[in-house]
Ligand binder design. Structure first.
Ligand code: FES
Length: 116
């Protein structure tokens, strides 16, 4: 069955912590890579709301792979694009492996310090 997009890549840009960790830059970098590769009809980079993993971000979820990535900065965007997004090759060092399913929000005293 045809799908509108081969991959949906959700980047948390509206939660309490990921934006402070630069997730909008990550999102912009991924969008630019998709555009430069001419793949806007196959891969959609989605500005997502909070993925309930606050403090582990920037969080990125790739569907239908079901692979989630944590701490994905703008500097990691190219590796994420070339690996899991484009070639189904996991980026193991950033692969998110939570202790349990569902919500995994760090307590506020462990949240990242916003950049100056
Ligand atoms: S702020 Fe990104 S997961 Fe909550």
């Amino acid at each position: 069955m045809a799908r509108p997009y081969q991959k949906l890549v959700f980047v948390c840009v509206h939660g309490r912590t990921c934006p402070l960790q630069g997730s909008l830059d990550t999102c912009d970098a991924l969008r630019q890579l998709v555009t430069l590769a001419g793949l806007r009809d196959r891969i959609r980079i989605v500005k997502s709301g909070c993925l309930a993993q606050c403090g582990h971000g920037p969080m990125v979820a790739i569907e239908p792979d079901g692979a989630w990535y944590c701490g994905v900065t703008e500097a990691d965007a190219e590796r994420l694009f070339e690996g899991p997004i484009l070639n189904d090759s996991p980026l193991t060092e950033l692969l998110y492996q939570p202790a349990s399913s569902g919500k995994n929000v760090l307590p506020p005293d462990r949240w990242p310090i916003p950049p100056l």
